[in-house]
Design a protein around this ligand. Structure first.
Ligand code: ZN
Length: 342
């Protein structure tokens, strides 16, 4: 059996620089015709000009339609928003709360500090991409997304009702419920790993209770109930939900460390992982909406004329890849779906 779909769109991707970029970029380009590239590099991508030079760098590595997100800081200028609005290569601005995840040291400490910028983005119809977590130490790590929605996002949506917002990598039933309750300009991406694991996976290795750093990501995976709500939202065909893999490659020594980095590497097999999640609910018929249609409609990206075929063939996910010993999500396990380019 096989299914054919328009070549997918990954609306949230980390491609890095240097050797890591050379390793992972072709993997995503093979599966996706369009990708949104995140700006939290070291140093970060803070301007439209920097985003374009990073885009040219990626084009040298692999051919793909790279749509660039620029890092929103408390120093972002109105002129930068206007420049982004005029530039087809720029998809929008990414809001990281201060210290929420990898490379968020330049993030926003108080949302009120960027209100003039958000107003300009609303007027210019420039999308805002949000890492939706508060980072106060008094908030439980499993409640960070829920509290962000209550304390910050509800305010943004009320004060800027026309702002086009993507709540990135949602992980909770609260987030699904919130996005459904908003107007059509508020949408969400969902990762493959959050569709396939709950928080037990962070504490399980080969069915034994043990710390599994490869399943640690941010936002952290939530309960089985949350996973089920996410999964149902993803397979529903609802145009508010679409794929953003958030594939986040880290070398092995940064994952298996006393200070392990957050992030799951799904860039090798993102489409196949999504297919697995959809197949489990027997909803492969809606996979194309989620992977190839909904996100492109939100961002005004045209549907490509290329297709991919996904076959029900079993293959083994390798334990690690490349010199950096990059560990793919579900390493050493079998996947039942395989992508072949048309
Ligand atoms: Zn990310």
């Amino acid at each position: 059996m096989s299914i054919q779909i328009s070549k997918p769109f990954d609306a949230h991707l980390h491609l890095r620089r240097g050797k890591m970029a050379e390793l992972v970029t072709p993997m995503s380009a093979a599966q996706f015709a369009d990708v949104i590239v995140m700006p939290n590099l070291n140093p970060p991508i803070l301007t439209v000009a920097e985003a374009n030079s990073y885009r040219n760098y990626l084009l040298e590595i692999a051919k793909c339609n790279y749509h660039m997100a620029v890092y929103l800081t408390e120093n972002t200028s109105i002129e930068e928003i206007d420049a982004a609005a005029k530039d087809d290569n720029i998809i929008g601005f990414k809001l990281y709360p201060l210290n929420a995840t990898t490379g968020s040291q330049n993030g926003i400490s108080d949302i009120k500090n960027i209100y003039p910028i958000l107003k300009r983005m609303e007027i210019q119809k420039v999308p805002l991409l949000i890492h939706g977590e508060v980072t106060r130490p008094d908030v439980d790590i499993f409640d960070r997304e829920k509290v962000f929605i209550e304390e910050v996002l509800t305010q943004i949506v009320t004060d800027f009702p026309k702002l086009r917002i993507t709540l990135e990598h949602i992980t909770s039933a609260d987030a699904v419920e919130f996005v459904m309750s908003c107007s059509e300009n508020v949408v969400a991406t969902i990762t493959a790993h959050h569709l396939l694991m709950n928080r037990n996976a962070i504490f399980t290795v080969n069915e034994k209770t043990a710390l599994n750093p490869h399943n640690f990501c941010l936002p952290v995976a939530k309960t089985e109930r949350d996973r089920n709500v996410l999964l149902r939202a993803a397979v529903s065909g609802n145009s508010k939900f679409f794929a953003g893999s958030d594939s986040a490659p880290h070398p092995l020594n940064c994952k298996e460390s006393s200070c392990g980095c957050a992030g799951c590497f799904t860039g090798l097999h993102a489409v196949e992982l999504y297919a697995k999640a959809f197949a489990e609910l027997e909803r492969l018929g809606n996979l194309e909406e989620f992977l190839s249609i909904n996100g492109r409609i939100h961002y005004g990206i045209s549907i490509p004329s290329e297709f991919i075929n996904i076959y029900d063939t079993t293959f083994l996910i390798p334990d690690s890849i490349g010199e950096e010993k990059l560990t793919p999500f579900m390493a050493g396990q079998n996947l039942n779906w395989k992508v072949l380019e048309e």
